[in-house]
Every structure is written in C-alpha cells, then in structure tokens.
Design a protein around this ligand. Structure first.
Ligand SMILES: [Mg+2]
Ligand SMILES: [Zn+2]
Length: 189
C-alpha cells in the first residue's frame, strides 16, 4: 500500500462540505458548490495529492433521489473538477438506508477500503474533511488526520464531538481554512 508512487489522499465528504446541505439533493439543478469550494481545492497544488469523494446518500434508499439523478450530479462534479484541473480519483457512494446495516455507510469504512484497492493510496498520510461525526469517526478508524469543517452540520457536530471527548485534528470555518491547514501540516511533516 505504501508504494513509492502512492498518493496522499484528501477524502472529501460531499453534502455540507463541498456544497450546502438542504437534506436531500434530488437533481442537478438543486446542486451548487460553496463559493470557495473550487478555489480552495485548486489551491492544494501538489502532484502528490489527489481527492476522493465519499458520500452517504440514503435519499436513494428512501426513494427521494433517483440513481440516474445522483449520477448526473456526480458527473457534473467530475466535469467541474476536470475543467479546473483538480485531481479527483473517484466518487464513492453509499446509497443505503441507515437501517440496512450495510458495510459502506460512513462511519463504516468499506468505501475507503475500496478506494485504496482501486488506486495507489498512502493512507497513513491521508486526510478526511467532513461536517459530520460519521466522517470524523471513519477517519479515526483508518488513522487518517481528521478535519471538521463548520459548514453544513459542522457547528452542531463540533458540539457533539466535544461532548463525546472526541477531537478532530483541525476545525476550520470553511473549506479554504481546512486546505490551508493541510498545506501547513505537510510542510511541517
Ligand atoms: Mg456531510
Ligand atoms: Zn451502504
């Protein structure tokens, strides 16, 4: 796994991290990035790094999001990243209901394991950025550095984690601050 060509990954949650989270996003016309999403991700300009999106989309199992509409949203994200020169290795989705007991809904880690199988990834040096407890817990289970962003549900999550005495490695007000943390962190490594 720690092959010399292996890349360091910044795993990204989707809703509340890259884009506002109104609950469910049923179609592409309801999807938009936060104003700083593209500029923040572009600023991590280092060939050793790439992004992977891991997202829980229980709206599919709940019948609120059609799989074809979800695919359209992810194709849009992939196209935008490509246009902007942002390296994205993949979008990994859990479409299941929380009650399904699947192995892929974060904080479960099978989507991350699948990404590691699909790509050459240096997990020990990787990061996760998300706005939910599930993101931070998955990151900790995989011994990655965890970054909580205060957008989306992040403010509420920060309180919940503090109550549970769980600490993320960094808490940022927005994605820009989170990426700045990674750049500082890698230069001190
Ligand atoms: Mg989220
Ligand atoms: Zn699942």
């Amino acid at each position: 796994m720690n092959h010399p060509e292996a890349r360091t990954i910044v795993f990204l949650d989707r809703d509340g991290t890259l884009n506002p989270d109104p609950g469910y996003i049923p179609s592409l016309d309801q999807f938009q990035f936060f104003p700083d999403t593209v500029s923040a991700l572009k600023s991590l300009n280092d060939r050793e790094y790439a992004f992977v999106i891991v997202t829980n989309q229980s709206g599919v199992a709940r019948g609120k999001i059609k799989p074809t509409d979800l695919d359209d949203i992810h194709r849009f994200i992939e196209d935008q990243f490509k246009t902007e020169g942002i390296p994205l290795l993949g979008v990994y989705v859990c479409p299941h209901h929380p009650d399904d007991g699947c192995r892929c809904r974060k904080p479960e880690i099978s989507l991350f394991e699948q990404a590691v199988k699909d790509h050459s990834i240096n997990l020990d040096r990787s990061y996760i950025i998300g706005d939910s407890e599930a993101d931070i817990k998955a990151g900790k289970a995989l011994s990655m550095k965890t970054i909580l962003v205060r957008t989306g549900n992040g403010r509420l999550t920060a309180k919940k984690l503090a109550e549970a005495m769980v600490e993320s490695d960094f808490l940022g007000d927005n994605l820009t601050e989170c990426i700045e943390f990674i750049m500082r962190d890698r230069s001190s490594a």
